[in-house]
Design a protein around this ligand. Structure first.
Ligand SMILES: NC(=O)C1=CN([C@@H]2O[C@H](COP(=O)(O)OP(=O)(O)OC[C@H]3O[C@@H](n4cnc5c(N)ncnc54)[C@H](O)[C@@H]3O)[C@@H](O)[C@H]2O)[C@@H](O)CC1
Length: 488
């Protein structure tokens, strides 16, 4: 982001101080929608760097916007002060806004405010909070005021490990500039803020897109570019034949969900390899889907006609399933492994080592740690996923509210779609069905995983617009519409 800031300053007719002004204006525009009461007591806490510079500019802009009760506190625990900060101090001092210099935390003990705007430290954080800063942040967190942070909550690192004993600001809202920061996507960020919103500050988007980075935040345009239209004169054979090895006596629903998703995501033909006891359930709920009864006599030739195979949802851990899994691995074609398939891999590292190149693993956090070792935090987990994806030539889809798709190239695609309403059983089965359908249709493993994760979450988002919770089967049925909508 710093690189993008510098680019704009060099290549666009805009100076650093004007970029700060743009950022502050963008903050205020959103702030005014969040805080309608112009009589509210606003305390703006400003550090000595550019984050503090934003805070000072915000104080001036909100004063000009007729917010009546503004108090500014300049946190001066060190001598250094950025240029933008100095200029904004001068501009603010021309107005009748009370400014208090704070040289130790105790001075703010009696801070009374309805809203605290936190502009102490932003993306420039370079060490954990200690001493006065730690004390001050503790005082602010203990106040009853609503806290709104500028760009980043003070003490929250934008990248890298989020410590277990996070001691930074706990904001109600972060109004962040231009792009969400990577650490916003990790579950540990709940310690630092309840929600964030992004505002555009005029950085050059083309340039940001062109920056070499291993992180890519997916957006609808990426998905639109990937979706292949259904071709004229095409037929079921055009869209491939998927095999789903899934289901067991008490988990037949998983087989039905994965099959329904595969069907709805456009596979030409879908077959489920399931126990005999599941045939009636499958035939009655999904008449379009075919069955391959699962027994110990299945041979490699039985799998020849399938373009792609997924294994795992509701499979069960019986030894014969392990043997079948080994046979499928020996076909040496990319496969999709989920749920019990992952559990088998975590016990049978020899099979993990033999997975065909470009296979896709879809673990949730516990499955991931069982496969690759316990992790203390998500930053470490993503680093391991990047390494394993690269070394093993796999696509690792690490599921969470924001799912991370780790590619063999080292790239990590972050999926912004999805929401807590879809956090329920069977949702992973549906995702596996969608990925498999795309693989059957000839998408590469990378593209199939990317498209599927985005479409799955987007379908859930649409359903959550008027539903408190959304079931997995509802998501499966929503996929055709979501795909059509993604093209416009
Ligand atoms: N680059 C730009 O032109 C723009 C920057 N913007 C703002 O600038 C911020 C980044 O500004 P800066 O790089 O000046 O950094 P900050 O204002 O975040 O931090 C200021 C200084 O605090 C010191 N510091 C770091 N960690 C500390 C700790 N734990 N305890 C005590 N002191 C510590 C460092 O020396 C750091 O440079 C962004 O978050 C954003 O708010 C915006 O104004 C948009 C434009």
């Amino acid at each position: 982001m710093q690189e993008a800031d510098n680019y704009v300053i060099i290549n666009q007719p805009i100076s650093s101080i004007n970029l700060m002004e743009n950022a502050s204006k963008a903050f205020c525009k959103l702030f005014k929608k969040e805080v309608l009461d112009k009589e509210a007591q606003l305390s703006i806490l400003c550090g000595q760097g550019n984050n503090g510079g934003d805070g000072l500019a915000i104080a001036r802009l909100l004063h000009n916007d007729k917010y009546k009760n503004i108090s500014v506190y300049v946190i001066k625990f060190a001598d250094s002060q950025s240029e933008g900060n100095k200029q904004n101090v001068k501009r603010l001092l021309k107005l009748k806004v009370p400014v208090t210099i704070v040289q130790n935390a105790v001075k703010l003990k009696e801070l009374k405010a309805d809203i605290i705007i936190d502009a102490m430290l932003g993306s420039g954080l370079n060490k954990p909070l200690k001493d006065d800063y730690a004390d001050l942040v503790a005082l602010v967190n203990a106040s009853k005021a609503r806290i709104i942070s500028v760009d980043v909550p003070t003490g929250f690192a934008t990248e890298g490990e989020i410590p277990e004993n996070y001691n930074g600001i706990k904001a109600d809202l972060v109004i962040s500039f231009q792009r969400p920061k990577i650490n916003f996507f990790f579950p540990e960020s709940v310690e630092a803020f309840y929600r964030y919103k992004i505002v555009d500050i005029g950085l050059d988007e083309n340039f940001i897109q062109g920056l070499t980075s291993n992180w890519k935040l997916l957006k609808n345009a990426d998905i639109k570019a990937l979706i292949k239209p259904r071709a004229n004169f095409s037929h079921k054979g055009t869209y491939g034949h998927a095999l789903l090895v899934a289901g067991n006596t008490t988990t037949m629903g998983a087989a039905i969900l994965v099959a329904s998703a595969c069907l709805n995501a456009g596979a030409g033909l879908t077959t489920v390899c399931l126990p005999q006891s599941g045939l009636i359930a499958l035939n009655t709920t999904l008449p379009e889907v075919m069955a391959l009864p699962r027994n110990e006599h299945l041979a490699i030739e039985d799998f020849d006609k399938f373009n792609v195979i997924a294994i795992g949802p509701g499979l069960g851990l019986e030894p014969e399933n392990e043997e079948l899994f080994e046979k499928i691995i020996n076909l040496n074609k990319p496969i999709i492994v989920d749920a019990d398939g992952l559990t088998i891999l975590s016990k049978r590292k020899d099979l993990l080592d033999k997975l065909p190149a470009e296979s896709i693993l879809t673990p949730h956090v516990k499955e991931f740690d069982r496969l690759f070792g316990e992790h203390k935090n998500w930053w470490g987990r993503i680093k391991t996923a990047q390494k394993e994806a690269k070394e093993r030539d796999l696509i690792i889809v690490l599921k969470n509210q924001y799912t991370f798709i780790c590619l063999p190239t080292g790239e990590v695609r972050i999926n912004p779609t999805g929401n807590p309403a879809i956090a329920s059983g069977g949702m992973g089965d549906v995702l596996t069905g969608i990925i498999t359908a795309f693989m059957a249709q000839g998408y590469s493993s990378e593209d199939a995983a990317t498209l599927a994760v985005y479409i799955h979450g987007k379908a859930g988002d649409k359903l959550a617009e008027n539903k408190f919770v959304v079931s997995a089967h509802q998501v499966a049925l929503q996929i055709p519409k979501t795909m059509k909508d993604s093209l416009s």
